[in-house]
Design a protein around this ligand. Structure first.
Ligand code: SF4
Length: 357
């Protein structure tokens, strides 16, 4: 490709002095550059901005200060601390990987690209970030921020998700990564992408790469990186049952481990109610207004149907219910820490407020 032939010198020469002066050095996960905190932060920062991550990271590290604490926690405790951060597969993978490190690596964090990539949720870029930040290994990263910086700097006018473009971007990422100060370079390019070469309105005048940036020279910065060619996102619909007993508790159902809201607690669908042999009245007492939640590949229209039931109807089914991952939950005074799907948590709070005396 043409941009590979353009006469660029490695960008670390401009980037490292800029980082020393303007980079972020005080983030909570920069205080202890050992693999566990760096790994947790890297996973939380995927698809999520620094300011959103900070309180989640601090709570998580207070609850699980070591890999062993995380490995021995229950998945419900982990998901509870992740509630609201989204992309819950990240939390499930973090938990699974901690258990694997504990059992297969005798509790010691792996320190090679190949070994790290055998762990769930750790891809090539995350593995490289951990190795460069914690061990100064000159391993190149290519997360969303880095793709954007490189696509603009080299004026790559193709969608960065294409296999051929990905390959070229990895080559460029490797070319620009220095042998010395690899950890600082990793943080520098992530910082540049997050604070200067932002998705919208990049601050090119403050950018240390501006002089040689091809997108800036061609005046096409605002168009790059090119978005994925659009496909319409399908709309799916689901009816959820909001079943309340006379103790003002709501019946929750634990979702299967994979699929949407995997392992989180939600309101039951009709199928979960049938498998627990719960007989509900044919018509709900009320139907609440539908609302839409957007996932990465589809939108889900949720219609909650409210049933008020008397306790004896469901007490008879208690043992079946427990086998079906159902439990009663008091929204005002929850007795257990559960990972709740974020829109369901919001709905339950709104519902509890509506029903306050
Ligand atoms: S000059 Fe502008 S577009 Fe180019 S790398 Fe810097 S901020 Fe990004």
């Amino acid at each position: 490709m043409d941009y590979m032939k353009s006469p660029h010198e490695p960008i670390h020469r401009q980037l490292l002095p800029w980082f020393d002066q303007h980079g972020r050095h005080d983030l909570p996960w920069q205080q202890d550059k050992s693999p566990y905190p760096v790994w947790v932060s890297e996973i939380m920062l995927q698809q999520t901005q620094v300011n959103t991550v900070i309180p989640y990271y601090e709570r998580f590290m207070r609850a699980f200060p070591t890999i062993q604490d995380l490995a021995s926690a229950s998945i419900d405790e982990v998901l509870h601390l992740w509630t609201g951060l989204g992309y819950y597969a990240r939390a499930r993978n973090l938990h699974k990987a901690a258990q694997l490190i504990d059992t297969q690596f005798q509790g010691a964090f792996p320190n090679t690209l190949d070994e790290l990539q055998t762990l769930p949720g750790i891809g090539r870029s995350t593995a490289a970030a951990i190795l460069s930040i914690c061990h100064q290994q000159p391993t190149a990263i290519l997360d969303g921020n880095v793709k954007r910086v490189l696509a603009r700097y080299h004026a790559i006018e193709r969608w960065t998700g294409e296999a051929e473009v990905q390959k070229e971007l990895w080559q460029l990422a490797e070319y620009h990564t220095p042998k010395q100060r690899a950890g600082d370079y990793t943080q520098a390019i992530m910082d540049l992408g997050a604070t200067i070469c932002r998705r919208s309105k990049p601050s090119c005048l403050l950018c240390p790469l501006e002089e040689k940036c091809l997108a800036s020279a061609k005046g096409i910065t605002h168009r790059l990186p090119l978005s994925k060619p659009k496909k319409a996102i399908p709309l799916k619909q689901v009816t959820l049952s909001l079943i309340c007993n006379t103790n003002k508790e709501v019946l929750l159902h634990k979702r299967p481990p994979s699929g949407i809201w995997g392992g989180l607690w939600s309101l039951p669908e009709k199928t979960a109610i049938h498998s627990a042999s719960i007989m509900l009245p044919e018509q709900p007492d009320t139907t609440l207004p539908s609302f839409t939640h957007t996932f990465s590949h589809f939108r889900l229209e949720i219609t909650p149907e409210v049933y008020h039931v008397n306790n004896s109807l469901l007490e008879a089914n208690r043992s079946v219910m427990e086998g079906c991952d159902l439990l009663w939950y008091n929204v005002d005074t929850p007795k257990q820490a559960l990972g709740l799907a974020a829109p369901i948590k919001k709905l339950l709070h709104q519902f509890a407020q509506r029903n306050e005396p």
